[in-house]
Every structure is written in C-alpha cells, then in structure tokens.
Design a protein around this ligand. Structure first.
Ligand code: SF4
Length: 75
C-alpha cells in the first residue's frame, strides 16, 4: 500500500497527472486544478491510498508533475 499526497493549492492545472492516470485523477471544472478522486483533504493537502500494483505508475506521475507537488509514500 501507499499514499498519494497532493499539494493541490500549488497545482497549475497542466493535466499531465490526469492524462497518465485517469483512474486516480480528474480535472476540476470549477478551478481547473487536478483533484485526487476519493481523497481525504486536510488543509489544502489531498491524500488517497493506492494498492501496491499502482505504486510504480504513481511514482512516474509524481516525477512528471512539472511543479513537483505529488508525493508517493509507501508503507
Ligand atoms: S501534473 Fe501536477 S501541476 Fe499538472 S495538473 Fe497534475 S498535480 Fe497539477
């Protein structure tokens, strides 16, 4: 298992995370930023658990984010 952590307030809405992993991300029609589906939000930080099988791809998304606001924490 792992958590994806998203510092949403710094998102520039480029859409790369959504293009790479649409099962986890969507783009908000309200403010144009990415949103983690089914995440818990605490103080502008969104967190969602993912299974082991998604970790490698989630890390690629993390590296691809141009403003580096996606973290993948394994546990
Ligand atoms: S890749 Fe990063 S900056 Fe681009 S939409 Fe996703 S979270 Fe926002």
């Amino acid at each position: 298992m792992a958590n994806i952590i998203h510092y949403r307030n710094k998102c520039i809405g480029c859409g790369i995370c959504y293009e790479m992993m649409p099962e986890i991300w969507r783009m908000s029609k309200k403010d144009g930023k990415a949103t983690l589906i089914k995440s818990v939000i605490k103080k502008d930080v969104s967190i969602v658990s993912i299974p082991h099988s998604m970790i490698a791809h989630a890390k690629k998304v993390s590296h691809a984010c141009p403003v580096k606001i996606i973290r993948v924490n394994e546990f």
